[in-house]
Design a protein around this ligand. Sequence first.
Ligand code: GDP
Length: 194
Amino acid sequence: MIIRSTAFIKSATHPGNYPEASLPEVAFAGRSNVGKSTLINTLVNRRGLVRTSSTPGRTQLLNFFDINGEFSLVDLPGYGFAKVPLAVKKDWGPMVRTYLERREQLKGVVVLFDIRRVPREEDLDLLDWLEEFEVPTIPVITKVDKISRNRRAAQVKPILEATGLPLEAFSFFSALSKEGREDIWERIEDALEL
Ligand code: GDP
């Protein structure tokens, strides 16, 4: 993927304020601190396009970005941050579920898992909704540089068990080595039918 331009389009919380453009779209979802902003910024080669979600109490928004005037990437709000107020936590489910159900140009969702963490309820809810609404899923295991390569298979076993997905379903990503960047782009391009 050659990135010619990137631009923040807008933030939204519900279908009434999603951007109107009908360009195909791929979204990113994952637990707070999983490395979502780092992955998106690495994919588009822009250090600060997406800001980190790990700020407790921050309003949760869907953030839409235009890439090359050709397609959109959407940063979905992170979940599972312990210090987020209950009211904000409660908004996450309906906000994300509604987006997955209603956004017609949504072609796929990249779902991130930290190689060191066992998936939890919100991760599994998200996978269930994607299945329910027949949105193609691109599962990615992040921060793989934290674990040596020969321990990788054993390390990801709890992730495979919790999600029920086979090892081959996952892309492996490291922001340090850039491992996985090309592979993930290929899967996004396939989903976008570019
Ligand atoms: P977000 O909350 O999901 O957007 O997570 P961030 O992208 O802000 O990343 C959370 C923390 O993990 C930051 O300190 C990042 O520098 C770090 N991080 C993200 N990706 C990687 C990675 O691939 N390898 C390592 N070692 N650290 C990472």
